[in-house]
Design a binder for this molecule. Structure first.
Ligand code: ADP
Length: 527
């Protein structure tokens, strides 16, 4: 505990020494000043609980010192006990009280009186200190709660965003199936819906898993299996993603057969989570290495990529629930920040551990998990979709450029536009959007906000600054639907803001409005 400071001011050394001897106690530090000036200096350096001041001193006397103390914010409230020889007359006492005295002690000093008075101030100060400590602790608690609350709000906003992403193509697909659309597309539309529904279920499963693990409700169904069975199962899930992103995958597998006593679904889930992250956090056309080996009684499985890497200060926290390195806009690829928390908890349930290494931003990441010996690889089909579609040659009322980094959202939006009789072109990133806007000269741009590299806001601002393009109707089509997101969109120059999933009907109405406004602008009514 910090000591309590008393200030003793007396010009005579022997008085100071005898005061010191009388007052000494544990937790009390006595500061001794031989003049008023020295006292002022000490007052500046210490937080003093009580000043015991001799009235009669050469130079600055006790009363003058007290008056100076009262004139200063830092020292104004320090209680002062004057030490004075003989009973002071009423006038002197009055001056003393006016100068800030709380008491007078007369010389020769009675030890008991001095001690009992000093004790009161000592205890008072201690209580104040305790109250201040309690207040600091409460403030820290309140801050921690506020931070947790903010994290929860951010998580909920991210969750809503992440749920909308797969919902959008589902809505689009359903709308198309219910309309009189071209039946030859049925199989493709159903394929999209099927995959998106799978994502949605996966997302919700992860959420439920986190909550189950936290409550200790997950029970592993362990079985003795060849390690390669686990790797094969994980690769079945992740390979389509790896291929769609054009990543090269290197497998380093052991020559001998290794066995694990583990839960097939869970261990495969762990490995495919790490692989999916490697895909997500590595620019297209990257390199992912999955290696498996035995090290004594342990299986060591590592997933390395040459992607965006992880800054040093985040290495320790990426396994925490909801921890994400970047702001959501730049992150663009989505996610809830629960995948790695889940990985870590599942690995621990298997009696293993997982670590991450990265040389820093842009230098790739390596996740290595160690489990007591027994895991699996195998391919699946690649569902890649064309980035651009052929616009229908006939009766296109509007030319629409669709910009969305989720290909399936872009594609189903395109199909809906086609269904509505419009012409469209699709691009998947912000820079391409600017190029395509020049080449294609669209009437309308449907622009996603969270794009990699250049956000939708930046694209919109760039379009508005380009004389040749500034009259295009720009509509935000985004998963971010809070009021402040709409305000940001307006500020960036968007004409309209639509929250995903945008259904066929809403899209049709919006396009009709835009077409009507365009024709009104090109055929103004005579006034
Ligand atoms: P999510 O991917 O949903 O955000 P995760 O829990 O899987 O959540 O990952 C937490 C964070 O760790 C990610 O947001 C990302 O910033 C970082 N991260 C995970 N894997 C990698 C990787 N292979 N390379 C770079 N960063 C990664």
């Amino acid at each position: 505990m910090t000591p309590v400071y008393f200030l003793l001011v007396d010009d005579l050394e022997e008085n100071l020494l005898s005061l010191e001897a009388l007052l000494r106690r544990e937790g009390l530090e006595l500061l001794k000043a031989r003049s008023g000036d020295e006292a002022l200096e000490l007052l500046l350096r210490h937080e003093v609980a009580l000043a015991l001041v001799d009235v009669q001193m050469p130079g600055l006397n006790g009363f003058e010192l007290a008056e100076l103390m009262r004139g200063n914010d830092r020292t104004r409230r320090i209680p002062i006990i004057f030490l004075t020889a003989g009973a002071a007359d009423a006038q002197r006492r009055f001056r003393g009280y006016e100068a800030g005295a709380v008491d007078f002690i007369y010389k020769p000093i009675e030890a008991d009186i001095l001690r009992s008075k000093a004790d009161v101030f000592f205890e008072l100060h201690r209580q104040r200190q305790q109250l201040a400590d309690q207040r600091d602790a409460l403030e820290a608690q309140a801050q921690a709660l506020q931070q947790a609350d903010r994290r929860k709000d951010e998580f909920l906003a991210t969750l809503a965003h992440e749920l909308r992403n797969p919902l959008a193509p589902l809505r689009h697909g359903l709308d198309l199936l219910q309309s009189n659309h071209e039946a030859s597309k049925n199989a493709e539309i159903l394929g999209v819906m099927d995959r998106q529904l799978f994502h949605l279920v996966r997302l919700i499963d992860d959420l439920l898993d986190v909550s189950r693990i936290t409550q200790g409700k997950i029970v592993l169904r362990k079985e003795r299996l060849e390690l390669l069975t686990f790797i094969r199962s994980a690769l079945e899930t992740s390979r389509p993603l790896i291929e769609a992103a054009g990543h090269e995958l290197t497998l380093e597998l052991p020559e001998t057969t290794l066995w694990l006593e583990a839960d097939l679904t869970r261990l495969a889930q762990i490995i495919s989570n790490l692989l999916n992250n490697a895909v997500k956090y590595t620019p297209d056309g990257g390199h992912i290495r999955l290696s498996v080996k035995a090290d004594g009684q342990q299986a060591v499985i590592s997933v390395a990529d040459n992607g965006v890497g992880i800054p040093q200060h985040m290495l320790a926290s990426v396994f925490e629930l909801f921890a994400q390195v970047d702001q959501h806009l730049e992150r663009a690829k989505g996610g809830l920040g629960i995948g790695l928390a889940l990985v870590q908890q599942l690995v621990v349930l298997h009696g293993g551990k997982v670590i991450v290494e990265s040389e820093g931003c842009g230098k790739g990441s390596t996740f290595t998990l160690t489990v007591p010996l027994a895991t699996s690889p195998a391919p699946a089909a690649n569902p890649s979709l064309a980035a651009t579609a052929q616009p229908p040659a006939t009766k296109a009322a509007l030319k629409v450029l669709v910009v969305d980094d989720t290909q399936e959202v872009a594609q189903t939006t395109g199909w809906m536009l086609e269904e509505l009789g419009h012409e469209y072109r699709l691009v998947n990133d912000g820079h391409l959007a600017l190029e395509a806007a020049h080449a294609y000269q669209p009437d309308v741009i449907l622009l996603d906000i969270g794009l990699p590299g250049m956000s939708g806001y930046d694209v919109c601002r760039a379009l508005r600054q380009d004389a040749a393009l500034k009259d295009i109707t720009i509509i935000a089509q985004t998963g971010w639907g809070q009021e402040r997101d709409k305000a940001s969109a307006r500020e960036a120059g968007f004409d309209h803001h639509m929250v995903k999933p945008v259904g066929l009907k809403a899209l049709g109405e919006m396009m009709e409005d835009v077409a009507a406004a365009k024709s009104a602008a090109s055929n103004p009514q005579p006034s």
